[in-house]
Design a protein around this ligand. Structure first.
Ligand code: AMP
Length: 385
């Protein structure tokens, strides 16, 4: 009897997302191999890691030979690398979808084409164009790099038009290389995200909406399912479906949304598993990581229903002591195995419960034990609201 060969999933990028993909792939009998330019990429602690430059074709060739399919743990994989691999091995999402999501201008243009409103925006290529855009959009506004910006990096907030010089000093140099976009600053009521997965046959499933809080542009706290969203789940799911079909998307993606006057506005799309979906590991029947692996390998999709209520704390810069959290019922620790560094995502914790009251009690217990009450407070306010 011949042994069944284990499918091998290649992940371009070896960060915590690749690491969590590998951990979700293993029970499915899927082996994961990650590829990164950094020898200490943290996925390497749980899966084989190939280390080479993004344009090292010999290394990419060897990688393509050892995997059955390729996916990505970050959207800024050079387009040429993604394309080169996609020509040799099945790749999901497809490089065109990555390219759209890499550019804030094409992303927001696509949102509008698909009927999803966005904050007012205009491309900015020169200092004069910035004044023109500010005249059209008004202040406050945010100037962002079109490419390679994430977690609030490559952004400058303009409170008044008088901030234009400072904004240009900060980002003007990036205008030639990456392009810039000016967006109206939206005084939103809430930030939500919808995680969705589309299978190879076109089946689409969405997890319940997640409510998110950012600090300095970086995700700090998530609550799922987002409470009090009357009707927004169906709207968000419909937008996710339209976008996924337009892009012929396969795999998991996140759509980050603002709620303003009760209406959804599209902020950005992440063409990959996403930080605001980490709660699904323990808080949903099938996690975003498991369903991404299933989709990329053409397996049936798992159930995206929530098991109860969940809150996720992001650990930025350094990890708190895990021991007090480990004493709390249904609280789950995730250490990415990364060295501490200011602004770096080094881990997260998810607290699960049957409902809002129990979740509030557990979140408070964790937050007090870890000295993180201010970080938890927005979720506690909502859960007890
Ligand atoms: P981004 O990298 O574009 O997702 O921005 C990071 C965070 O900055 C978002 O999650 C929001 O909290 C905030 N932000 C970005 N763009 C806007 C905007 N146009 N209006 C208000 N807040 C924004």
């Amino acid at each position: 009897m011949s042994a069944r060969r284990q499918p091998v999933l290649g992940v371009l990028g070896g960060g915590q997302l690749a690491r969590m993909l590998a951990l979700a792939a293993a029970p499915l009998g899927v082996k994961t191999v990650a590829f990164d330019v950094a020898a200490d990429a943290c996925a390497g602690q749980v899966a084989p890691l190939r280390v080479a430059a993004w344009d090292d074709h010999a290394a990419l060739e060897a990688f393509a030979r050892e995997v059955d399919a390729v996916t990505f743990d970050f959207e800024n994989v050079p387009a040429a690398t993604a394309q080169w691999l996609a020509e040799r091995v099945p790749a999901a999402p497809n490089p065109q979808a990555l390219a759209v999501a890499q550019d804030r201008l094409s992303e927001k243009t696509l949102f509008r084409d698909c009927g999803l409103d966005t904050p007012a925006f205009m491309p900015v290529a020169t200092r004069e164009a910035l004044d023109f855009a500010l005249g059209a959009i008004g202040a406050p506004a945010i100037l962002k790099t079109r490419r390679l910006g994430y977690d609030g990096k490559g952004q400058f907030r303009l409170r008044t038009p008088a901030d234009a010089d400072a904004a240009w000093d900060a980002l003007g140099a990036a205008a030639a290389e990456h392009g810039l976009i000016l967006e109206a600053f939206v005084p939103f009521e809430r930030e939500l995200s919808v995680l969705a997965v589309r299978g190879q046959g076109g089946e689409l499933r969405t997890w319940p909406l997640t409510r998110n809080w950012h600090v300095d542009g970086v995700l700090s706290l998530s609550l799922a399912p987002a409470p009090d969203i009357d009707g927004l789940q169906e709207q968000a799911a419909a937008h996710a479906r339209t976008l996924a079909e337009r892009l012929d998307y396969v795999g998991v993606f996140a759509l980050e949304l603002f709620v303003k006057d009760g209406r959804l506005l599209g902020n950005e799309m992440a063409p990959r598993v996403h930080n605001s979906g980490h709660w699904t590991i323990e808080g949903a029947v099938a996690s975003q990581f498991e369903n991404h692996v299933r989709a990329v390998l053409g397996l049936p999709l798992g159930d995206t229903a929530a098991r109860g209520a969940s809150a996720m704390f992001n650990w930025i810069g350094e990890l708190p002591d895990p021991v007090p959290l480990l004493r709390v019922a249904d609280a789950h620790w995730h250490d990415y195995g990364k060295a501490p560094r200011a602004g770096r995502k080094v881990g997260h914790a998810t607290v699960c419960a049957d409902g809002a009251g129990q979740l509030a009690a557990r979140v408070e217990e964790v937050a007090l034990a870890l000295g993180r009450l201010p970080q938890a407070q927005p979720a506690l306010d909502v859960l007890r609201g």
